[in-house]
Design a protein around this ligand. Sequence first.
Ligand code: FES
Ligand SMILES: [Fe+2]
Length: 442
Amino acid sequence: MNSQPDIGDHMGEVREDFVSASDYCSKEFAEWENERLWPRVWQMACREEDVPEVGDFYTYDIVDDSIIIIRSAPGEIKAFHNACAHRGRQLTEGCGHASKLQCPFHGWQFGFDGKPLHVVDREDWGDKLRDEDISLIPVKVGIWGGWVYINMDLDCESLDDFLAPAKAILDPLDMSGLRYHWVKSAIVPSNWKTVLGLFNEAYHLQQAHSQVLRFQDDVTESHVHGRHGMFESWDALPPGIRSQRLGPPLEQDIRQSLHEYVMEYYETLQCAHPITMVDAVDRMMEEVPEGTPAEEVMAKVMQFTFEDAAGRGVEIPPITPEEMHAVGSDWHLFANQILLPGPLTCLAYRARPNGHDPDSAIFDVYSLLRYPPGQEPNVEPERCDDLTDISFWPLILIQDFENLAALQRGLKSRGFRGARTNPKQESAVSNFHRALRDFMRG
Ligand code: FES
Ligand SMILES: [Fe+2]
């Protein structure tokens, strides 16, 4: 299927202020993705730390395909289609460690290079079984910033070229030094693009997370970088000062409010970023005098945060303030990954279809942190499909999830023609849909 399917009145219509409803809901669009997106696109599959030792494997499932990602040598990761060359049984499920890939059905064995090591009763085939015909089918692997990407299209462009516009800005963060702090997953009741769309704009903060406006300016602007998109808050007031929506900034000493801001995110998002700042804001309350201008208070908190990390032996990448400024807040890397990166931490999201159902997605959240060498924890990924479970999910994510099922229902309404995306604050959303259609047509 190379051409675009018939998907209704607004077939193919994506503008910076409009995204056709059919993109989110129709089975035809999902099948178009299954034919033209997933088999051809670079997609984040896991991190290097998921397969640290030779023989460690990670199984990445995407619609009907399943890919084995395996550490084949100390400095090498390979990937193969997860189907035995004998009668097709999947060779791996989930994560694990193996000395060879052995099929549980009839016991054929494959090496980490995909070549057959042993075929039970091979002589029964006479000279009909050539190694090259029964080797596992390779899948391309690319690694960037510790993230492992796969591409089933062996003729695809390089991962570096694919990521280029985003990579140029994000490289100084050296994400390869990050390790899992926690990993949480769920099956969510929405299209994979709907759930990603909760996290590539901040326009919803003023409604869905209004509790943060008392000490956070939510002004953001979004920008397009090829297929990728991002938003930044370069025009926002420093954290600790209330949103411009609530009126002019209060003349103030922001120390108390900045302390509350960090503690609020510490409790309601529970990701690594506020955790690295807790000691720094305590120290700020003790050492920074009353009446210090907001920018200076912020600079002191950043200085204390880095001093605290360096004091614990954390290796901090040599990123300049200008490079950090350029990174902004939030990046959507086409197609399945969102990053909120910093020099010490990253919050990341991944979404993909849950089989062929356009109303269901597999969603993963990653909190990453830069640890002192040798002190990285062993993190077990956790899963909870109850999106209201406050003992598992941070409050901010529950607030996001509250929109999800109702959003997917509304998107399917006969009365809904398409999303009127904000051209200033949501161009990362509309650009994603434009890039998706362009990619699938290409
Ligand atoms: S299907 Fe794998 S050995 Fe038979
Ligand atoms: Fe949100």
